[in-house]
Design a binder for this molecule. Structure first.
Ligand code: CA
Length: 248
């Protein structure tokens, strides 16, 4: 489904199907300013026409549309485009609607009102899984630390650092954006695939485990090790530093 001349996230085509003007405009603006290429349709019929005329990577689909049931839009597009990532946007919170949506071929759903941050995080997580084989991403090297997402290996000075699954996912997301602050909300959404509604200990516990594993690996190696720090920015999130502290 990817546009051939568009290797980066910046060009993922997103078809937004939403009849609410405020939400539709918010999504269109937010997606565009974050590097996606959105097309906004207010009706189900309009979305089906759009999808038949251009290639899309992602469908963001409101279920309550003026002209047809969103579930029928999902079913139709799923039948034609098996690789399309379909995320349902719903105000309906009943489990039965969520199950119906997933049965209709959706990959994921977000209950309104979701935050743009959460939507963007979920998109990144899905698209990473979708495109991981195609993009063959290079390992990230920071000092003596190497994070190889393709091989799911974390190495320090050539020795594998034993990490639990979520600890690896955490360092992978931080390494992918080394030098940038990654918010707690983003980490929760990308690593745990969950909406984040408040303080949670899961992230703190996993972060503590990750730091402990890295420190132990650095000490076990013997000799100087250039290990980049994970800086905590209270109230904001975490940042994996690009420049490791000088070896000591
Ligand atoms: Ca609606």
């Amino acid at each position: 489904m990817r546009t051939p001349a568009a290797p980066d996230r910046g060009r993922f085509g997103v078809l937004v199907v939403e009849d609410d003007d405020t939400i539709g405009r918010h999504l269109e603006t937010g997606l565009r300013s974050n590097g996606y290429a959105p097309t906004w349709s207010r009706t189900g019929a309009g979305a089906l026409t759009e999808a038949s005329q251009a290639s899309y990577d992602v469908l963001l689909l409101d279920l309550g549309l003026p002209d047809m049931d969103g579930l029928d839009v999902a079913r139709t597009l799923r039948a034609h485009f098996p690789d399309l990532l379909i995320i349902i946007l719903t105000a309906r919170t009943d489990d039965i609607d969520v199950i119906a949506g997933l049965d209709a071929g959706a990959d994921d759903y977000l209950v309104k009102a979701f935050s743009l941050t959460v939507l963007l995080a979920r998109l990144r997580a899905h698209l990473r899984r979708h495109t991981v084989a195609a993009s063959a991403r290079e390992p990230v090297r920071l000092g003596d630390l190497v994070v190889d997402v393709m091989a799911r290996r974390c190495e320090l000075k050539g020795a594998e650092v034993p990490l639990r699954a979520k600890e690896f996912d955490l360092i992978a997301v931080l390494a992918e954006r080394a030098g940038e602050v990654v918010s707690r909300e983003t980490l929760m959404a990308e690593v745990w695939d969950e909406n984040w509604f408040g303080p949670t200990k899961t992230l703190d516990v996993t972060m503590a485990g990750l730091r402990r594993s890295l420190t132990e690996a650095a000490q076990a190696g013997g000799g100087p090790v250039r290990l980049p720090q994970i800086t905590t920015l209270r109230g904001h999130g975490y940042r994996l530093e690009r420049q490791p502290d000088p070896a000591d």
